[in-house]
Write a protein that binds this ligand. Structure first.
Ligand SMILES: Cc1cc2nc3c(=O)[nH]c(=O)nc-3n(C[C@H](O)[C@H](O)[C@H](O)COP(=O)(O)O)c2cc1C
Length: 168
């Protein structure tokens, strides 16, 4: 007899979809443009099997990280570093998620108005400490995002999401 009751084990077809967590600090039209490009990229053809969750950095928690399989990070450069919001996210999740996500694919975009070097270096250093695996070069955008910048962030996001799709 086939049972469909709520307490029955999940069928094979209901397998959990891999989760991409987008953690971003978006505080201006320029960073909003890049976030939208990133979210568009996660919807590229063939990525339907990936569940995308989007969290402002100030609201993302260790549980969000533990529930996710890949990470896309977006931040402005602030005084030669990542935004305080993204740093606060990392401070809150670092030890609670350390080791748990070793090898998880991640990608990063940074927006700045003159020099994004320190922000990229800082995020990469923490991601390395967490054991995350970079699957795309960081995308840095200086000044007002043009079409090329949005396309680069789109590509970045699609690449991180695609890292969750198996060969079958
Ligand atoms: C306090 C402060 C510090 C900043 N520091 C940097 C920086 O170190 N490098 C950089 O490229 N841009 C820096 N910026 C520019 C921001 O990255 C930029 O304002 C942000 O990405 C949003 O872009 P928008 O101002 O074009 O909207 C700074 C902005 C502020 C307000």
């Amino acid at each position: 007899m086939t049972s469909t009751g709520p307490n029955e084990p999940r069928q094979q077809s209901e397998r959990r979809r891999p989760v991409l967590l987008v953690v971003h600090h978006t505080a201006s039209p320029a960073t909003q443009t890049l976030l939208e490009a990133a979210l568009d990229g996660t919807k590229a053809e063939g990525l339907e099997g990936v569940e995308v969750r989007v969290k402002p950095a100030l609201a993302a928690t260790a549980l969000d990280v533990l529930d996710a399989d890949a990470f896309l990070l977006g931040t402005p450069a602030n005084i030669g570093y990542m935004s305080g919001a993204l740093k606060m996210f990392f401070d809150g999740v670092y030890y609670p998620t350390l080791v748990a996500k070793t090898g998880a694919p991640y990608g990063l975009y940074v927006h700045g108005n003159n020099d994004t070097t320190g922000a990229v270096r800082a995020v990469e250093s923490i991601a390395k400490g967490l054991g995350w695996r970079r699957v795309h070069e960081p995308v840095t955008v200086v000044g007002a995002p043009d079409k090329q910048a949005s396309e680069a962030v789109w590509e970045l996001a699609a690449t991180v999401a695609a890292a969750l799709i198996g060969p079958d």
